[in-house]
Design a protein around this ligand. Structure first.
Ligand SMILES: [Zn+2]
Length: 161
C-alpha cells in the first residue's frame, strides 16, 4: 500500500523583494513561514512508512540553523552590506550567496531551497525503504503559499494565493 505522511515545521525570518518595486513586498518585513514536507512510499511489515523522528529532526535542524531568525536577501540587495555590518544573520539567495539557484527570496525560492535540502538530507533514510519526498509546501502568510512536487517539469515550484 502506497501512503504518505506529512511533517511540518515553522520558522521566523525577514525578507524583502526589492525587484518588485511597486509591491509592499519590496519593504523589509517578516513572516512565520510554515513548512510542510510530504513523504510517500510503501508501508512495510512494521506498519511504518518511516519513523517520524528520523525525518523531522533533519528538517528542523537544517531550517533552524540556516533560516530561523535570519534575514533572507538577494545577493544584489542594497541592505546586504548594511545588515552584515551590524552582524545580522543573513541567508543570501543568488550568485555568490548561500544558495545560488534563484536570485530573490520569494516564497517559490524558499520552497525550492527547502525541497532540495530535505531531499538531500532525507535520502539516506528514505532510499533504503523506497520512500521519497513527494511534496513541499511553504506558506508565508495564510492564503499565500508555494508548492514543490516531485516529478513536476523542471522540478520547479508553483504559487498558490
Ligand atoms: Zn513576504
Amino acid at each position: 500500500m502506497i501512503t504518505s505522511l506529512t511533517i511540518s515545521h515553522r520558522f521566523a525570518a525577514a525578507h524583502r523583494l526589492p525587484h518588485l518595486a511597486r509591491s509592499q513586498c519590496a519593504n523589509l518585513h517578516g513572516h512565520n513561514w510554515d513548512v510542510k514536507v510530504t513523504i510517500a512510499g510503501r508501508v512495510g511489515e512494521s506498519a511504518l512508512l518511516v519513523d517520524f523522528d528520523q525525518v523531522k529532526n533533519p528538517l528542523r535542524e537544517w531550517v533552524d540553523t540556516n533560516l530561523d531568525h535570519r534575514t533572507l536577501l538577494g545577493a544584489d540587495d542594497e541592505l546586504r552590506p548594511v545588515l552584515a555590518a551590524y552582524r545580522q544573520p543573513l541567508f543570501i539567495f543568488g550568485p555568490g550567496g548561500d544558495w545560488e539557484r534563484l536570485r530573490w527570496p520569494t516564497v517559490e525560492a524558499v520552497t525550492l531551497l527547502i525541497a532540495e535540502q530535505v531531499a538531500r538530507l532525507l535520502a539516506p533514510t528514505l532510499d533504503p525503504v523506497g520512500a521519497y519526498v513527494q511534496q513541499v509546501t511553504v506558506e508565508e502568510t495564510p492564503g499565500s503559499s508555494a508548492t514543490w512536487q516531485a516529478g513536476l517539469p523542471g522540478a520547479g515550484a508553483t504559487r498558490d494565493g
